[in-house]
Design a protein around this ligand. Structure first.
Ligand code: PGA
Length: 243
């Protein structure tokens, strides 16, 4: 079955490296008759046009790493969802733990961003997950349920992707165990279906590499992966794309 493979480049690479990585991925994709998985690249804002330009003709898709909670106007430094759609984005990551941690973004702000994304014609990829301490205190389910509470206020039920990203697994080299992923994805899937999101894909993110991607993608309830560090090198990321 087709899986979603999302590359989150975060604040890495310069223009030349971004262009080259996109070009390498595009040529590799064009060499195949059909792509096994759906691949979405999320470069930093300034490189969206550059990377999008390289992807023309291939089936790789473009996404952004964030969008504004506002539609337009005097919000210095912000980028609206419709601007992202304008430069060729189809997707936008929202609520990433690094936004929550370094920019004090709450799930309520996430809700506003999700609403803006949908209104602007983008598919939001809503991220959530527990911290190390919350896990040690056995609060994983409670924290996730709280982070998903905002969904009650959403009018839309389709066109949204979810990403479970345990904070302790992001950028740490510590991947969650298969048992943890399967159990937590089972819990999240049942919560999502109670809320009317039974058909929404659920991704896993956190130290996914070329070596562990295949086994993670084979876990029941995992519809794809969100990849940070391992998405910055062509050979490593391309191996993940073909798993
Ligand atoms: P990582 O990041 O793959 O480097 O752990 C994942 C993410 O933050 O989405």
């Amino acid at each position: 079955m087709e899986k979603l493979i999302v590359a989150n480049w975060k604040m890495n690479l310069n223009a030349e490296q971004a262009r080259d990585l996109a070009a390498d991925l595009q040529s590799a994709a064009l060499r195949l008759e059909t792509l096994k998985n759906c691949i979405i690249l999320c470069p930093p804002f300034p490189y969206l046009g550059l990377v999008g330009g390289r992807l023309v003709g291939s089936s790789l898709l473009l996404g952004a790493q964030d969008c504004s909670a506002y539609e337009k106007g005097a919000y210095t430094g912000e980028v609206s969802a419709s601007m992202l759609a304008d430069v060729g984005c189809d997707y936008v990551i929202i609520g990433h733990s690094e936004r929550r941690m370094y920019h004090q973004e709450s799930s309520e702000i996430g809700l506003k961003k999700i609403e803006q994304a949908i209104k602007g014609g983008l598919i939001p990829i809503y991220c959530f997950g527990e911290t190390k301490n919350q896990r040690l205190e056995q609060k994983t389910h409670r924290v996730i349920a709280e982070q998903l509470e905002i969904l009650e206020a959403l009018n839309e039920r389709g066109g949204i992707i979810f990403a479970y990203e345990p904070v302790w697994a992001i950028g740490t080299g510590v991947t969650a165990s298969s048992e943890h992923i399967q159990e937590t994805h089972g819990f999240i899937k049942s919560l999502l279906s109670q809320k009317g999101f039974a058909d929404s894909p659920l991704l896993y993110g956190g130290s996914v590499t070329a070596d562990n991607a295949r086994s993670i993608l084979s876990i029941q309830g995992v519809d794809g992966v969100l990849v940070g560090g391992a998405s910055l090198k062509f050979s490593e990321f391309w191996r993940i794309c073909q798993d």
